[in-house]
Design a binder for this molecule. Structure first.
Ligand code: ADP
Ligand code: MG
Length: 249
């Protein structure tokens, strides 16, 4: 939870972003503290995934600056940001579908961070590390299954395992719980809690509000590319601008 002694993990300062010449983020500013769980909520098309694209370097902002652990990352490429410790999952899982689950994680281990001891320790060490990541997300029993044959929930978990393999300190989860069964949502919550206990900072997009209200320290509500409310979960959910954004009134 953020407090007076919290240290800053990520800060966005006046971010604007365009897609096909149209403004989709406008003057977005907020801060995430280390070890916090912050969720981005808002209706479809609000700009939530675009925000992740900007934070991870997939989309250049047209204005504003971003800071990670106090360092200006605004112009860094996605791979540089990954090496600094920022990892993400995508709203629609993007595994290498012809590769098995464990091969997907091995690829992330090899390419995720130059400092990993991958080259030094050889194939069996790498495979053992990959299996540890699959175990952490609860799909180690599917290690040899081609990614294309995994269920939606398993593919989302594989995305998390691949992200963890890059050894992040800030993990961005895009619609991690969308479309999951009640049981899979409970499992997703347990996974989020276990990531928190490992000391990760989490920024989670949760359009349906079905997971994060139970685990978030704070919410940031976005509508039409702008931050319309920010703060404690209850306060944000009751904010007139958030109610209006969700009900379309
Ligand atoms: N690749 C893209 N090309 C053009 N417009 C896009 C693209 N992705 C998203 N948009 C538009 O940007 C706006 C924000 O989209 P997005 O960030 O995906 O919203 P959210 O994740 O909140 O549903 C929407 O109007 C959407 O249509
Ligand atoms: Mg989205």
């Amino acid at each position: 939870m953020a407090g007076s002694n919290s240290t800053e993990c990520l800060r966005l300062d006046g971010i604007d972003a365009l897609r096909k010449g149209r403004v989709v983020l406008s003057d977005v500013s907020f801060t995430v503290c280390n070890k916090e769980i912050v969720s981005i909520v808002g209706p479809n098309g609000a700009g939530k995934s675009t925000l992740f694209d900007v934070i991870t370097g997939f989309l250049k902002p047209s204005a504003g600056r971003m800071y990670f652990q106090g360092r200006d990352i605004t112009t860094l490429t996605p791979d540089r940001r990954c090496h600094l410790g920022i990892a993400r999952t995508f709203q629609i899982a993007r595994p290498f579908s012809g590769m098995t689950a464990v091969e997907n994680v091995i690829a992330a281990l090899i390419f995720g961070k130059p400092s990993t001891k991958v080259n030094k320790f050889g194939d069996s060490w790498v495979r053992d590390r990959a299996m540890e990541h699959l175990k952490m997300v609860g799909i180690h029993h599917k290690a040899n299954t081609p990614a294309c044959l995994l269920t939606l929930s398993e593919q989302r978990r594989l995305e998390v395992a691949r992200a963890l393999a890059t050894d992040p300190s800030l993990l961005l989860l895009d619609e991690f719980a969308a479309g999951l069964s009640p049981q899979a949502i409970d499992e997703a919550l347990a996974l989020i809690e276990s990531l928190r206990s490992r000391g990760l900072t989490l920024l989670i997009i949760d359009h349906f509000l079905n997971v994060t209200v139970r685990v978030s320290d704070r919410l940031v509500a976005v509508d039409k590319g702008r931050v319309v409310a920010e703060g404690a979960v209850k306060k944000v959910l009751e904010h007139p601008a958030v109610v209006s954004a969700y009900l379309g009134i």
